[in-house]
Design a protein around this ligand. Structure first.
Ligand code: BG6
Length: 492
């Protein structure tokens, strides 16, 4: 059971709230995790009468929840928590009185202000809240990405919000950090004796982080065409994952300690400047292709105009510190790729000496695959003897920890976990302002160099693993993407 709070969602009837936040809160209700007094105040510019809005929320919940999660069983309790409030944050009119009156019924209760709205409105909203004296010492604010377009705009947004909320009350959501297996990565690294001694350039050949998606634009044309894959996925999700993979063990698994270690990784990330983008990065854009037997349109057809925005990025990066010296980190992310998959691959080095005599089969180096989605699992490939053979013959076999198969009732709602952390005032899975700043400081020069060098987007067919240049980026280092083409997929 969590603290009792007033959860105020600006953009309360918008897409994010209906698709992610309310289902996550309802799941917490199903799990008995919301304190009895916790209230949910949904703020929207237009609100019709209470009952019809409530019916709309219920309908959305039913469409978003899995069949095993009944949208009705706990609806009476859940719906009692909900209040609606019509408000245009840019007008300081009497409609704020309603919110003020409602919140001031419980002046000592913790308040969570979730800004599920465009960042251009963050400053105004915080200013209004402050003007109405609604920000107490026990208030926190939750910010959604995209937090800015580049380092400068991100800093401006952070500075605006920072005028009203201290940093320790600002929760910057990166929903990847709420995924079950991301936390398992920490458990794997810091709760087992066998990985940490090997977690360095002496034993690791290289690391891959892939975030591949099957979806295309999904109607988000204006936003996505401004952002592209670099700002949409690399600047936040991918670099956050990198930090958790590469950071030094924190003194304690608490927010400040984790954040300090993550910052050191971002500081050590070697800049990619000027013409280095030609050899270290690949930009791609999907064209028409076939996905699961269906023809899908290309990016430009979906967008309806010409554009040089990248829907795919691959990067070869380095972390210049003692632990990772000489270990390349390969990143890739893209839309309309062959499979939806998010995974971290730790490729160990080959053995320096082979005691087996030929012919026993080829000795493959060990590999650890941490799969975040869709099927959450951790897999280690090891060499073993082939069964039922008199002579020794070696083969590569997976040691497989498949969470969905091993544990019943696996709950993997990242938003639920993150919202509960906000309610409990736990910042450990949220990015500090300095992390966001350093991530932009690494990403911005690459984007600038692309435009200065005129780096074109390379076409790739929807339903493939991206442009040929992505495979070539690794081939030139005599390496290959894991699972490329799905051909090397291990047993599930
Ligand atoms: C969002 C991006 O942050 O993450 C989207 O804006 C992307 O473009 C989404 O589709 C991917 O999230 P997930 O959890 O589906 O991998």
């Amino acid at each position: 059971m969590t603290e009792q709070v007033d959860m105020v969602i600006f953009g309360g009837l918008g897409d994010l709230s209906l698709r992610k936040l309310l289902p996550a809160l309802y799941r917490s209700e199903l799990g008995g995790l919301l304190a009895e007094e916790t209230r949910i105040l949904l703020i929207a510019r237009k609100v019709s009468d209470h009952d019809s809005e409530l019916a709309r929320v219920h309908e959305w919940l039913s469409s978003q929840l899995k069949s095993s999660e009944s949208a009705s069983s706990h609806w009476p309790e859940f719906s009692r928590r909900i209040e609606f409030c019509a408000l245009d944050v840019s007008d300081s009119d009497e409609r704020w009185d309603h919110l003020e009156g409602s919140l001031n019924q419980f002046p000592n209760r913790d308040r969570v202000f979730y800004l599920a709205m465009p960042p251009s409105l963050y400053g105004t909203t915080c200013e209004q809240l402050s003007g109405r004296k609604l920000i107490s010492d026990c208030s926190r604010v939750v910010l959604e990405k995209p937090l800015g377009y580049d380092r400068e705009t991100a800093n401006a947004i952070n500075a605006q919000v920072g005028q009203y909320f201290p940093e320790q009350h600002i929760f910057r959501i990166d929903h990847y950090l709420g995924k079950e297996t991301v936390q398992n990565l920490l458990a794997l690294r810091f709760a087992n004796i066998m990985f940490e001694p090997l977690w360095n350039g002496k034993y690791i050949d290289h690391v891959q982080i892939s975030l591949s998606e099957e979806v295309g634009l999904e109607g988000r044309t204006a936003f996505y065409d401004q952002a592209g894959a670099m700002r949409d996925m690399i600047q936040n999700h991918l670099l956050q994952l990198l930090c958790l993979v590469a950071m030094e063990p924190p003194h304690k698994l608490q927010a400040d300690n984790i954040r300090t270690e993550k910052l050191k990784v971002l500081q050590a990330l070697r800049p990619i400047n000027g013409y280095e983008v030609q050899s270290h990065t690949v930009r791609g854009q999907y064209v028409e292709g076939t996905m699961q037997g269906k023809q899908v349109p290309g990016y430009l057809d979906e967008l309806g105009e010409d554009s040089q925005t990248e829907t795919f990025v691959a990067i070869k990066a380095h972390i210049d510190n003692w632990r990772w010296s000489g270990v390349p980190f390969y990143f890739r992310t893209g839309k309309r790729l062959k499979e939806r998959c998010a995974e971290v691959v730790i490729q160990f080095k080959s053995l320096s000496h082979n005691v087996f005599e030929n012919p026993v089969g080829h000795l493959e180096a060990n590999r650890l695959v941490i799969r975040l989605q869709p099927d959450e699992r951790i897999q280690m490939t090891v060499m073993a003897k082939e069964l039922n053979k008199f002579d020794i013959r070696l083969q590569q076999v997976p040691l497989n920890l498949n969470f969905a198969e091993t544990f019943d009732n696996i709950r993997s709602d990242a938003y639920q976990r993150l919202l509960l952390n906000v309610i409990q005032n736990d910042l450990s899975l949220f990015a500090h302002r300095d992390e966001a700043d350093l991530a932009w400081a690494w990403v911005d020069p690459i984007i600038d160099a692309w435009s200065q060098c005129g780096t074109p987007v390379q076409a790739y067919e929807a339903g493939t693993w991206g442009p040929d240049a992505s495979a070539a980026l690794l081939h030139s280092d005599k390496r290959a993407w894991h699972n490329n083409g799905g051909s090397k997929r291990g047993k599930r």
